[in-house]
Each structure stands twice: as C-alpha cells, then as structure tokens.
Design a protein around this ligand. Sequence first.
Ligand code: BYC
Length: 483
Amino acid sequence: MNNIAQVDYDGLIPNNVALGEDVRVKRALEKWHPGYINWWNDMGPEGFQTALVYLRTAIGVDPKGWAKFDYVRMPEYRWGILLAPGREGRKIPFGTHKGEDAWQEVPGEYRAMLRRLVVIQGDTEPASVEQQRHLGKTAPSLYDMRNLFQVNVEEGRHLWAMVYLLQKYFGTDGREEAEALLQRRSGDPDTPRMLGAFNEKTPDWLSFFMFTYFTDRDGKMQLEALAQSGFDPLSRTCRFMLTEEAHHMFVGETGVTRVVQRTCEAMKQAGIEDPYDIARVRKLGVIDLPTIQKKANLHFSLTLDLFGNEISTNAANAFHAGLKGRFREDRLQDDHQLESGTYPVLRLIDGQIKNEDAPALSALNMRLRDDYVVDCNVGVGRWNKVIADLGIPFEIKLPHVAFHRHIGEFSRTNVDVDGNVLSPAEWTERRTAYLPSASDKDFIESLMQPQFAPAKFASWIAPPKVGIDNKPGDFEYVKIADA
Ligand code: BYC
C-alpha cells in the first residue's frame, strides 16, 4: 500500500492512498468537496471557469512519467490525494528521536505543533489562488494564461494534500481546520490568510512572475524542510508537492527572463543604451529594467518575511521534535541534532547590522532563509546573462536581507537595498527609488492589455523558447470561445 505508483481515478477523489478502503476519511473528504468547489467557483480564476484549458493532471507519482495533458474545464479538474512512494524502514532523520522508526501516526506529544505546521502550509495554497484570480483577464498570451491556470489548479491540489492530512490524522479539530481553510480570504480585514505575504495583492503579470519566482521558492524551501519530517505522511506528501512546485518556479523564472529579454531587445533596436532613460524605454511599450528591479526588491523582501523570526523557539522545537528539518537535511554532514553548535545570525546591534553567533537550534529560520537567498541568486544570474548578452549595462541585484522587512530583527528599522540603516525621513524620501511608485504601477497597468490570439504576445514580453508539452508556437492553450 505504501508504494502505489498509479493513481486510482475511479471515485470522486483521485488518490494513491487506498481511499476506497478508508471509509471514514473518504466520507470526510467527500463532505468537504462541495465547499471546496464553491470556494473555487467564488475565488478561483475569474471569468474563465468554463474555458477549456490545456492542463496537466497527475496520473502517477513516478518522476519519469507522472502527468498527462489534456483540455479541461478548471472546476472539473481532478484534484486528488497523491503521496510519493513510502521508503521501506525509513527512520526519523534528525532531532531528539533521530534513528527511531518514522511515525506513521501523529505522535501525541507533538500533535498541536504538527497541526499548526500543516495548517500554515495549507493556508498559503488557496491564498495564492485568491491573489491571482483577476490575472486571466490581462494575460499577455494564451501560453501564459494556461501557465497561470496550471499553477492555480495545482495550488488547489496542494490544499487537498494538507486537508487530507488534517482529515485523516487530526480528528475533529482537523475537520474544523479544513473548514477554516475555506473560510479565510487573502487580504480580508476580518478573516485574512495567516502569513503576511499572502495578503498582498498580485496586481499585474510582472508581479505574478516575481511571485512565482520568489514566493513559490519559499514554498520549495519550506516543503523541502517538511519533506524531511519524521511524520512520514507529511514527508511523502511534500515530496510529491515538490515535483509540481518545480513548474511554478519555472513559470516565474522564465517569465521574468522573457520580460527582461523583450526590454533589452527593444532598447537595442531603438538604439537606447542607457537603461535609466526610462521615459524613452517606456515609449517602446516595454518595462524598463529599473522598474523590474523595484518589483524584484518588493517580492524578495515580502517573501523573506515568510521565513519568520531569525531567532525562533518554534523552529527549534519543530526541529528538536523531528517534525521540520533543514533544507535537504539528508545531504548535510553533522549530528542532525544541533544541541551544541552555533550559527551566525544577522542582527541589529547598536544601530548597525552585524553577524552574531546564536545557538544553531534557535537559528533554523535564518539558516533556511540563507539557503533560500543562495537559491534565488541562481535565477537572477540567468536574468543578468540575458541582459549582458544583449549588451545592456545593467545588473539585477537582490536587495540586502534587512531591506523593507515586516517580520523579525529588521522589522522596526529602515534599511536601504545596500544594507545602510536610514532615518525615517530618509526612508520616506527614497522609498520610491527602491519600491514601485504609484506612477510605476500605473505604467505597468497600462501595459496589461490582454492578448488572446494563438501565437500572439503582448508588447512587453518575448515568446517562450519552447511550448508546453512540446506544442508548436500557434497552439491554442486555452479555448476561450468555449467559456
Ligand atoms: N506573517 O517563531 P516565529 C508556499 C508568526 S509558501 C505572519 O518566527 P516560526 C506557497 C508565527 O506564526 C510556504 N505571521 O515563527 C508559495 C508565530 O505566531 P504564533 C508555506 C508570522 O513558526 C507560493 C510568530 O509570528 N509553508 O508553500 O518559527 C504559492 C512568531 O514567529 C509570519 C510554511 O511556511 C509571517 N510572515 O516561523 C503557494 C511552512 N512569520 O504561532 C504556496 C510551515 C511568523 O506565535 N510554517 N509569523 O502565533 C512554518 O514553518 C512556520 O510557521 C513559519 C514561521 C516559517 C511560517
């Protein structure tokens, strides 16, 4: 039963967890299903619920061939429960229980902590769908529209993944949490989503690409850390979610690449060499590089907040308990218990930003964030290569980690993109040099004109190098006429 590679598509809820033999959980999920569909219809992609979208659906969990592509109306997408195959004899890989058999049931003493982790993870998934629900209307191509909807349906599936864990392992309170996941709303003043960045707006497609590059990458880091969990069902769930997550980050990375490429090509064609000649660049109907930099500053800094406080007892407790590990814990060479080591943490000391050693267990959020920044820089390097290859003197840089923060050590201070501490007056004066101003937003919004004919792309974005599922350039990824 632990090694089911194929998904059972016979019932209402596709699954590879033998749901048919688990009557209690099957009924609970079937009961939750209509509320989910109502949520999807209310809060999912606006205006395209009856369009035929060329989507991939998971048909197995074998990394070599797990998806099939076909036209689907989104509300009819087969959201299912998919766990990566179990590993025979798996042990708890870290913390105080290191080396004991991995848990197949919730360990009683850690129930509340585990539930909190599952609920927070679950809450982000519908939140992102809500944040992106208006974007279909301004899609720069059918290719991009399809990618948006693919990301959306898979975030919906990730919600199912967490709801399965809640319904199967957490009894009545799990059921209540599953309901509450459908009640909260991104940005709602009374019932907001749980984490800050998931209550922000995703107002335009550059934001969408930055979100899928930066924020979905936080998803990757957090899922990697949870995939190490001693609670085996969580580990297996997260391992399969990571397979899907890779496409979301691809959408972000290539999306920004294509925006940057189009801008540089247009500049070259028009003979504009100075990337700061913003008015002339904008007249070409493309997004100037300094504005792209500002969007990166915004989304990177908002996403850093998702790593929590640099020094965190919650993180220490979750690691000690064997529930949430480090990024790729299994590849690290140490005692995997961290009772005695230290880790350097950036802190604000006497008005200056300095490294200070902290107990390694308390510094786990900081450590994951550091791993995240390294991962972010890889794609930024690729964007810069496109700019350099087209001969434009400009480099996109990630801002300092203390810049524009709302959680943790730097949330009560103002810091510029280079890490210099600013007075409140200096911050107010320079803010729009670092973050999108109202006029930057207006300009980007003015470019967000839909382009719904096959093979056509909006002025500000280059076509992709290859199609999804190797489809040709004029492929009709979304059949809107059927909407
Ligand atoms: N906003 O001890 P601390 C994804 C709260 S993204 C608001 O530092 P901890 C995706 C915190 O809850 C990945 N509140 O926190 C991406 C705590 O409150 P309580 C999602 C915040 O627990 C794109 C208090 O402050 N998964 O999958 O060490 C599209 C003290 O904080 C925030 C996860 O995050 C915030 N940003 O670290 C779709 C994994 N940060 O409990 C999906 C599960 C902290 O004292 N979650 N607080 O009332 C966790 O591992 C941790 O809860 C966190 C926070 C890393 C989020």
